[in-house]
Design a protein around this ligand. Structure first.
Ligand code: SAM
Ligand code: DTB
Ligand code: SF4
Length: 332
């Protein structure tokens, strides 16, 4: 089956609204036809610069304007980051994702430090991902040259709902950065959050935009809002696991080869609920007891879960290998 990027909103809507078990069955079939369903990518997150962010993202504990009691810190030292990356590797992670609470990347000393972090993590033999806000085309090229595998930049929600959540930058800005990342030859990681108060039209709208990008993102994180005290969304009701399943299954069906990451919100889900997410096509998680600033299931419990479900952590593919194996990328 070839990949499509001409999905209509109505087609995706019809998939999204199927009876849940029919939806899961179809997504599971698509997943098995396109991927090795027992492989799960394990990613580790590290917040390399925490808090004090100028933006107003309504969900985010790191925005300076909200009082969330978060302990902010400046950009960590390269050596500290590399020792965390080494630890992540020893724990079986294949991708190391560094997050910084910035509106955008600046061309300053910090950028040079980030380039050193990327080089170092790559040398350790991990795929390297960054999520640090908006990038210019030139910055994306420099990150690629330093060995960056992927860049995470979420659409977060639909274009129509976006300004209810963020006003300090536009949807267009997000799409531009994604374009710069793609053009530099870096893998695109882009997804969103459910539980922000959006309706199903907004959820479907976000999937519609992602699926119709010129090329599907290599990975799509699906986050459930983790409501944090002090943020405007602190009172939001947590989404049910079945809403996560519906999102994941729909993403899997319209983007068959994409890595679908069951991201924030796992701490509230049972193993049985997560099993349904894997059945519906999720094939990546963040492991380690912290996401960026909020807690995540502990590593030992996660490994026990994968074992129960017969899933196994994926082997790492580093930048050099990606280049040499690119030709057979679509063969399995
Ligand atoms: N500052 C950069 C940016 O916004 O692109 C990178 C870091 S930002 C924290 C990365 C992503 O984390 C956001 O796009 C959002 O999807 C997710 N996120 C942040 N806070 C969250 C929360 N409370 N619950 C779920 N996801 C959250
Ligand atoms: C993504 O989509 N989810 C991750 C990662 N990309 C950077 C972050 C989730 C953050 C959850 C809230 C926190 O821990 O601060
Ligand atoms: Fe800043 Fe990113 Fe949080 Fe928005 S999501 S406030 S840009 S750290």
């Amino acid at each position: 089956m070839s990949l499509r990027n001409d999905w209509t909103f109505e087609e995706i809507q019809a998939i999204y609204h199927k009876p849940l078990l029919d939806l899961v069955y179809e997504a599971a079939t698509v997943h098995r036809n396109n991927n090795i369903a027992s492989d799960v990518q394990i990613c580790t997150l590290l917040s390399v610069k925490t808090g004090g962010c100028t933006e107003d993202c309504a969900y985010c504990p790191q925005a300076a304007r909200y009082n969330t009691g978060l302990k902010a810190h400046k950009l960590l030292d390269v050596d500290d980051v590399l020792s965390k990356a080494q630890e992540a590797k020893e724990n079986g992670s294949t991708r190391f994702c560094m997050g910084a609470a910035w509106r955008e990347m600046r061309d300053n000393r910090d950028f040079e430090k980030v380039l050193d972090m990327v080089k170092g993590v790559n040398q350790i033999g991990l795929e390297v991902c960054c999520t640090m806000g908006m990038l210019t085309e030139e910055q994306a090229v420099k990150l690629k040259e330093a060995g960056l595998s992927a860049y995470n930049h979420n659409l977060d929600t639909s274009e129509d709902y976006y300004d209810k959540i963020i006003t300090t930058r536009t949807y267009e800005d997000r799409l531009k950065t994604i374009g710069h990342v793609r053009k530099a030859g870096i893998s695109v990681c882009s997804g969103g959050i459910i539980g922000l108060g959006e309706d199903e039209t907004a959820r479907i709208g976000m999937i519609h935009t992602l699926a119709n990008l010129p090329q599907h993102p290599e990975s799509v994180p699906v986050n459930a809002l983790v409501p944090v005290e002090g943020t405007p969304l602190e009172e939001q009701k947590r989404v049910s696991a079945f809403e996560m399943v519906r999102m994941i299954a729909t993403v899997r069906i319209v983007m068959p080869k994409t890595q679908v990451r069951l991201s924030a919100g796992r701490l509230d889900m049972s193993v049985a609920e997560q099993a349904l997410c894997f059945m519906a096509g999720a094939n990546s998680i963040f492991a380690g007891d912290k996401l960026l600033t909020t807690p995540n299931p502990n590593y030992t419990d996660d490994m026990a879960m994968l074992d129960i479900l017969g899933l196994k952590p994926l082997e790492p593919v580093t930048v050099n290998e990606i280049q040499t194996t690119a030709v057979c990328h679509h063969e399995h």
